[in-house]
Write a protein of this length. Structure first.
Length: 473
């Protein structure tokens, strides 16, 4: 996942204002003040005071407050979606889903507040209890590819567990985060409990990660930056959750429903213009059906329409920036063996066409995360080779496999080293199930029933029941 933050500054001086550009038109939407390290420190102080009040609430009252927040978001779904479309270039229908996901995750997390319980463990000589206590102040550093949902992945369970949250959105997409913070106040959450701190990664991000009174960092972004954040957290033994890059396989066996597999494949690597860490950008097809699969795939790719994000008929918007477009282009030279090329609008906007390449395992496009609407198709002979190719990557975030053989589905799912796999589907993320990666795709898990526990400390208390040796007066 491509996102820069918390890195050493070697370029120009820090920006005082962030310029927010509409990637579909290249027009300036607005400017947003960048948060300084001094302002980060002040925000931590405010968050600490708010967190003490929040954690002292009865669990039922904290749950009610989060449900009010969810309801308030629900009343502003369209407004949030329009903001997301303008700053991130997402098709409006996708953006509405993303805003709805924030609402649903807040509601789901509220349901966990009263279920965040400790344990009574049998021991000799007394009673042993455990308590799940909030960490304190949590920093959430969100990326630009899914600004609203991924911000909520950390924010909602952290709040539910009794913590305060400082959210640093990506430099290019802070508007929805700022609006969510306003909606939190409208819903009655305490002032200072959920603050949004826009700014550059090397300045604001570094200040947050290094702050001694920030108890945990939740980061979604590139593996390279994730490693630097992890190293910075080590200085104070700060807890960290990392959701990093991916190079996910889409494995199509000869016994699959080829029509369905081909029809669904474009969405698996073109959704959000390929700017998705779960994108199935390596399509592994069994050799006996390779040519037929490509025949079915081509019209499906051409039917995936790129255009104005505000148009309800649009399936794919622009890339986030000119810089990202140049990065994607670097993987597809003029003489690249393109099997399929789509089309994009002419004129302004950071457009890049859907592209399917003929690939081999050693190709750069087959090995590295492109983070754009580009996939490579690689043939394989048998199940063992499919698994070997699927695992031939430093990443292990997600993936799909298509087969009618239930036993094969289980064998291959267990053999592929990835945190999230789908059989005859490309779904990777549900707020009710755990999400995270193997290898260099990350550390820890987000979402699901265990999400709140990841934002708590476990305290163990032993109460002796041995009789006193002293006589009562």
């Amino acid at each position: 996942m491509q996102h820069e933050t918390a890195q050493a500054r070697t370029g120009p001086p820090p920006a005082e204002q962030l310029e927010i550009i509409n990637p579909a038109t290249e027009e300036l939407i607005t400017t947003v003040p960048a948060t300084t390290p001094q302002q980060v420190d002040a925000a931590v102080t405010r968050a600490e005071a708010a967190q003490r009040t929040w954690a002292a609430l009865a669990p039922a009252d904290r749950a009610k407050a989060l449900r009010r927040f969810a309801s308030t978001v629900d009343g502003h779904i369209e407004e949030l979606a329009v903001l997301e479309t303008r700053e991130a270039g997402h098709p409006l229908g996708n953006a509405c889903w993303e805003a709805g996901n924030v609402r649903d995750l807040l509601d789901y997390s509220a349901g966990g507040v009263e279920r965040l319980t400790g344990r009574q463990i049998p021991v000799a000589g007394g009673v042993n209890l455990t308590f799940a206590e909030p960490l304190g102040v949590v920093a959430v550093i969100a990326p630009w590819n899914f600004p609203m949902p991924i911000a909520a992945w950390g924010t909602a369970p952290a709040l539910a567990a009794g913590n305060a949250v400082l959210l640093k959105p990506a430099e290019t997409t802070p508007l929805t985060a700022l609006r969510l913070a306003e909606l939190a106040l409208e819903a009655g959450l305490p002032e200072g409990l959920f603050q949004v701190l826009p700014g550059e990664g090397p300045v604001t991000g570094t200040a947050l990660v290094g702050h001694p009174r920030v108890a945990k960092v939740v980061f979604t972004g590139s593996t390279a930056v994730g490693k630097r954040i992890m190293a910075q957290c080590a200085a104070t033994v700060k807890r960290v959750t990392l959701e990093l890059g991916g190079k996910s396989p889409n494995i199509v066996f000869a016994d699959a429903d080829l029509e369905r597999a081909a029809a669904s494949a474009p969405g698996s690597f073109l959704d959000n213009t390929g700017q998705d860490c779960c994108a199935r950008s390596r399509i592994l097809v069994q050799r006996g059906v390779h040519d037929r699969f490509l025949e079915l795939l081509e019209p499906a790719v051409h039917a995936f329409r790129a255009g104005n994000p505000a148009d309800s008929a649009t399936d794919m918007g622009p890339l986030i920036s000119a810089r990202q477009r140049e990065r994607v282009r670097s993987y597809v030279p003029e003489d690249a063996p393109a099997l399929i090329r789509g089309s994009v609008p002419e004129g302004p906007g950071y457009w890049y066409p859907a592209t399917v390449l003929a690939g081999t395992p050693g190709d750069r496009a087959a090995a590295e995360e492109i983070f754009g609407p580009v996939a490579v198709v690689i043939p394989f002979d048998d199940e063992d080779e499919a698994v070997r190719l699927a695992n031939d990557t430093d990443y292990g975030l997600s993936g799909s496999l298509w087969t009618r053989d239930g036993a094969r589905a289980l064998r291959v799912s267990q053999a592929v080293a990835a945190g999230n796999l789908s059989v005859n589907s490309h779904a990777s993320v549900r707020y009710s199930t755990p999400f995270g990666g193997y290898k260099q795709s990350g550390l820890g898990r987000e979402l699901g029933p265990g999400a709140l526990a990841a934002f708590t400390e476990t305290k163990n208390v032993f109460l002796s029941t041995e009789p006193s040796t002293e006589e009562s007066p």
